[in-house]
Write a protein that binds this ligand. Structure first.
Ligand code: FES
Length: 189
């Protein structure tokens, strides 16, 4: 009984300086452990964060040139000819291949050129009308000449020409999207 009281007396009789030193050591070790854990966690999570954010940080690739066909196929054009091209685009992890219709025609100087089939008014696909000898949009009646120049209707500009070139006898075109409802040609993708 007396011994117990003596033990308590011993514990309570430890110097306040020793107690304080022991607490300081414990809290220092705790802080060191927390710091080490945070460092290892940051080290391990960095690749995961980069992996997760990669699609957001990566720029969309530009559309590549697509083959249209041998340029000799278009040497004797008397009216626009429609061709379907395949375009490939990579957005982050997503790779898409889609098909687009384009027209091979001649510009006002008689030079071969490629037109997007997307109406610059509101984006409908514009067919060539043999009867009208013009492109005639079925949606709101915009009409365009064989070289893509605007004839009438609500579209504010002519059909959009696409960049094209001839390589090894093949006609190549770079498909692009343009802003609709504006008078100027403005690339949006
Ligand atoms: S989308 Fe072609 S005229 Fe409106």
């Amino acid at each position: 009984m007396n011994q117990g009281a003596g033990g308590r007396d011993n514990a309570s009789s430890q110097s306040p300086t020793l107690n304080s030193a022991s607490e300081t050591r414990r809290s220092f070790l705790g802080a060191l452990l927390a710091l080490g854990t945070a460092f290892v966690a940051a080290l391990l999570s960095a690749p995961l964060i980069r992996f997760a954010l990669f699609p957001l940080l990566r720029r969309t690739t530009e559309l590549k040139e697509s083959p249209v066909g041998p340029v000799s196929d278009f040497s004797a054009l008397s009216a626009p000819v429609e061709r379907t091209i395949q375009i490939e685009q990579v957005d982050g992890w997503r790779r898409t291949v889609s098909e687009k219709a384009v027209y091979i025609t001649k510009d006002s100087a008689g030079k071969l050129c490629v037109l997007s089939s997307i109406c610059p008014h509101l984006g409908c696909t514009v067919p060539w009308s043999v009867e009208k000898n013009a492109f005639a949009c079925p949606c709101h009646g915009a009409t365009f000449a064989a070289d893509g120049n605007r004839i009438g209707g609500p579209a504010l500009r002519g059909m959009d020409t696409l960049e094209s070139k001839v390589e090894d006898g093949q006609l190549l075109v770079r498909f692009q999207y343009f802003r609709q409802l504006v008078a100027g040609k403005e690339v949006i993708g």
